[in-house]
Design a protein around this ligand. Structure first.
Ligand SMILES: Cc1cc2nc3c(=O)[nH]c(=O)nc-3n(C[C@H](O)[C@H](O)[C@H](O)COP(=O)(O)OP(=O)(O)OC[C@H]3O[C@@H](n4cnc5c(N)ncnc54)[C@H](O)[C@@H]3O)c2cc1C
Length: 135
C-alpha cells in the first residue's frame, strides 16, 4: 500500500466506494481472487445505508433480470456459506417465499415466475386465489 495521508492510502489496486453489501461483497470477491490492496471508502459506517435496514429476505423474484440473476447467484453463497466464505454461518433458513399480488400485476408475476423456472435450483410456481373475495 502506498504512503498514507490523513489516514487514507494514496493509491490502491482497487478502490470501492460504499460499505454496503455490494461494496463489501466486491471487496471480498477481489480479495478472494488475490488482490491484497483493496480499499473500501465509506462516508458513514459500514452498513449505514440500505444494507443495515434490510429485512434479510432472500428471494430471486425481481421485476428486472439483472437483479434476479444477482440474487440467484447469491443463493449458492447463502446455501454454502462456510465453504464459500471460509468460516461461520449466515443463518440462512430456506423457508420459502409467498408473494401476493393484485390482479393488475398477475401478468408480470407470471412472466417473472416463468423466468425463475429456467434457473437451476429455484422452484417457483404461480397460483390463483380460490373462492370469492370478501368485503
Ligand atoms: C427497509 C429496507 C428493507 C429491505 N429488505 C430487503 C430484504 O429483505 N431483502 C433484500 O434482498 N433486500 C432488501 N432491501 C434492499 C437491500 O437492503 C439493498 O438492495 C442493499 O442493501 C443495497 O446494498 P448496497 O451496498 O448497494 O447499498 P447500501 O447498503 O445503501 O450501501 C451504500 C453505502 O455507500 C455509502 N456511500 C454512498 N455514497 C458514498 C460516497 N460518496 N462516499 C462514501 N460512501 C458512500 C453509504 O453510506 C452506504 O453505506 C431492503 C432495503 C430497505 C431500505
Amino acid at each position: 500500500m502506498a504512503e498514507r495521508e490523513s489516514g487514507l492510502p494514496r493509491s490502491a489496486e482497487a478502490v470501492i466506494i460504499g460499505g454496503g453489501v455490494n461494496g463489501l461483497s466486491t471487496a471480498f470477491q477481489l480479495a478472494k481472487r488475490g488482490l491484497r490492496d483493496v480499499v473500501v471508502l465509506e462516508r458513514r459506517q459500514l452498513g449505514a445505508g440500505a444494507t443495515g435496514k434490510t429485512g434479510a429476505l432472500v428471494r430471486c423474484h425481481y421485476a428486472n433480470t439483472p437483479e434476479s440473476e444477482l440474487t440467484h447467484r447469491s443463493l449458492d453463497i447463502f446455501r454454502n456459506w462456510e465453504q464459500r466464505v471460509g468460516s461461520g454461518q449466515c443463518g440462512f433458513d430456506p423457508v420459502g417465499f409467498l408473494q401476493v399480488v393484485s390482479p393488475d400485476h398477475e401478468a408480470s408475476l407470471r412472466k417473472n415466475v416463468a423466468d425463475q423456472q429456467t434457473r437451476p435450483g429455484v422452484r417457483a410456481c404461480a397460483g390463483r386465489r380460490r373462492g370469492k373475495r370478501q368485503g
